[in-house]
Structure formats: C-alpha cells, structure tokens
Write a protein of this length. Structure first.
Length: 211
C-alpha cells in the first residue's frame, strides 16, 4: 500500500545518459495533487487518502462535490482518486503531493486509457496473419473459419474476431523514472505509457512481491 500521484501525459522525447546512449522517455506533468479526504478504519472501515487533480472552474462541478472539496480548502478539481495506505495519520487535509514524491531510478506502474482505434479487423486487433495474395484467392484480410460445423454447431465465447480496439484502462508495469524536475513537476519515464498527449495517468510505485 503506497501513495501515488495523478498527472497528465505531455508527450514523448529522448534523453541521453552519461554513455551517450539515447533513451526514449514519456514526459508527465505529475501533480500537484491536493489531499481532499483522509479515511481511517474507525470512520470508513479502511485506511486511504483521496487526492484531487486538475483545477477547473467551479461551475464545471456540482454543489455536493464543491462542498466536499471545501472541507479541505481545495479548489474545484476535476479528478479524484483514492490510494490505500497503512499510515493515514502521516498526511493532512489540503496537503500538496508533487513530483518529488518519487526518486530518480524508482520503478513505477503507470495506468491510463489507451488510444481508441475504433472498429478494427483481425489483423490489426489480434495480430493475425493474412491470406494468400495471389490472384483469385479472395481471402486477403478475411477472418476465415471461426469454428466447426455440426459439432459443436456454435462459436465458442471468447473467439478472437474483429471489434472495438483500444479505449480501455491499461497499466504498464515496472517502468523506470529517468529524470525528475521537481520545480516544474515533471517526470521523465522510460518507455511508452497508455493514452494520447493530454490524457490523465495514474502513477504508483511498483509493488514488491514478497517471498
């Protein structure tokens, strides 16, 4: 159980290490996030903190949510998220969580919504091979057979076929933080993360699996 942070994916670039090797990185605007609620086992049955991110105009939110945010003196925030922790007493209402929550070289998990690609065929969606390209084959990108005939007389559930691709909650695990710029709340994380530039991401320290 550990605290993470919400952020915005800004895009990708590359940096160079001491050996001159190029490293592809994703730039993330990490926070600042405001702690809007502290939950304890006595009051809520579990221990967690709720954080808010991305300030908006008050008219964009309804009155119950504005009243909830007012308890922590937080501005109107678009996104709220909970992090389960063991020590809620270490945090205070209205406290700011920023990029310095992490350290350079730390391994994190990044979650976001993958880019939606609409209705896609089998080759693009499931990495299937194509049919013969010779003249008269009439089976270049067709799905082909999807099951037997009389027995079982139906298509089994879960058959990989054409359909909606992307637009789903996705987590990329064990990514390394290459650089941190705390004065600008920027994280440079090695590799690609889900979503398009401007999308919301959730960054959490990777859980260590015990023996």
């Amino acid at each position: 159980m550990s605290v993470g942070i919400l952020g915005t994916k800004l895009g990708m670039t590359q940096i160079f290490n001491e050996a001159g090797v190029s490293i592809p990185v994703t730039v993330i605007q990490a926070g600042p996030c405001t702690i809007t609620q502290i939950k304890t086992k006595e009051t809520d049955g579990y221990s967690a903190i709720q954080v808010g991110y991305s300030e908006v105009k008050p008219k964009a939110l309804n009155k119950p949510l504005l009243g909830h945010l007012a308890k922590s003196s937080a501005p109107a925030l678009r996104h709220l998220n909970e992090y389960h922790i063991d020590n809620p007493s270490d945090y205070a209402l209205g406290q700011q969580l920023k990029a310095d929550l992490f350290t350079q070289g730390q391994v994190v998990d990044v979650s976001g919504t993958s880019i939606g690609r609409g209705f896609a065929g089998n080759q693009k969606r499931n990495n299937f091979g194509r049919g013969p390209m010779s003249h008269g084959s009439k089976n270049h990108r067709e799905p082909g057979s999807i099951g037997a005939g009389t027995t079982p007389g139906r298509v089994y559930p879960g058959k990989r076929m054409a359909g909606r691709l992307g637009g789903k909650r996705t987590t990329i695990r064990k990514l390394t933080i290459e650089r941190i710029y705390p004065e600008r709340n920027l994280l440079l994380i090695k590799g690609a993360i889900p979503g398009k530039p401007g999308s919301l991401v959730n960054i959490l320290p990777t859980k260590k699996v015990g023996k």
